[in-house]
Design a protein around this ligand. Structure first.
Ligand code: SF4
Ligand code: SF4
Ligand code: FES
Length: 283
């Protein structure tokens, strides 16, 4: 049990259990750290305190725990990890709130669906490759001034704005039962190009993920973005596309930006069905 400072009725220290891994493909192991309690800490600050100590709770000197972060204000998504069993951003995870749920310890693990690079830092390239697959961008329509673009109706703006808040953090895919971890091992004598090709093929076969489906719907509803709507729907009907979604709705429950992912998935389902029927008649 955690020791309480009787005068202030608050913990004297915080136990932090971290799942560590020394490199890609290596066996993970657990280490326990103990840091002094301070009010209003977030999990990133806890990791900074642990890095400064670099000592486990039983006094053993260890290498600093590795993690990733960027903005420190829940915008970049880089600091995403499993905290007490739930995937979320470590910069916005407040220790006082976490201790209310589990006063004994904080448990930090890397995301479960991406290959671990070291400790809490994972390789999220597949997440961004999925955005490339569905062409999640507005194509350039020219390089000279063509005057103001098409006006967007208020209803379209209201539909698009929530989807535009996606920060590619990966919480949704980490919680999705249909999104399986892909971690390839380099073959003996395989060149960089051969390995990259094999990796891309594996990603293409795997589920594209709810974030990519939602971004495809965002750009298909944009006045300029919709010019390549058919290409996005082709990507969503290819292997690993929308048909892989089992409608478990875990994604929407964990999205920190509260993006209506299941609404996007339902819209994508209807759009891909119409797109496929149209293509039959065009044959
Ligand atoms: S609704 Fe689809 S994308 Fe979302 S968690 Fe379920 S299977 Fe995954
Ligand atoms: S949809 Fe939500 S959970 Fe998924 S990547 Fe975007 S912000 Fe993160
Ligand atoms: S550091 Fe950018 S979201 Fe946490």
């Amino acid at each position: 049990m955690i020791a309480l400072d009787p005068a202030a009725n608050r913990p004297q220290f915080i136990n932090v259990r971290v799942k560590r891994q020394d490199g890609p493909g290596q066996e993970p192991y657990w280490q326990l750290f103990k840091i002094d309690y301070e009010p209003e800490l977030n999990v990133i600050t806890v990791l900074q305190r642990i890095a400064a100590l670099s000592k486990t709770s039983d006094g053993k000197k260890v290498t600093p725990v590795v993690w990733d972060c960027g903005c420190l204000e829940e915008v970049c998504g880089a600091c995403t990890m499993q905290i007490n069993g739930r995937v979320r951003q470590s910069c916005s995870a407040l220790v006082d709130t976490l201790l209310k749920d589990n006063a004994d310890e904080l448990v930090l693990e890397p995301m479960s669906k991406f290959p671990v690079l070291r400790d809490l830092m994972v390789d999220r390239r597949r997440l961004f490759k999925a955005l490339e697959k569905v062409k999640a961008w507005v194509p350039v329509d020219s390089y000279y001034n063509m005057g103001p673009g098409e006006r967007q109706l208020r209803a379209a703006q209201e539909q698009n704005y929530p989807l535009s808040q996606c920060m590619s953090c990966g919480c949704c895919v980490d919680a999705c039962p249909q999104y399986n971890k892909i971690e390839l091992e380099r073959k003996k004598d395989e060149t960089d190009e051969e390995f990259a090709k094999r990796e891309q093929e594996a990603w293409d076969k795997g589920f594209v993920g709810p974030h990519a489906i939602s971004q495809a719907m965002l750009f298909n509803n944009h006045p300029t973005g919709k010019s390549i709507a058919g290409e996005r729907l082709d990507a969503l009907t290819a292997p690993g596309g929308i048909q892989a979604c089992g409608n478990a709705q875990n994604c929407v429950a964990v999205c920190p930006k509260e993006i209506p992912l299941t609404t996007s998935i339902a819209r994508a389902g209807r759009a891909t069905t119409i797109h496929t029927i149209k293509k039959w008649f065009e044959k």
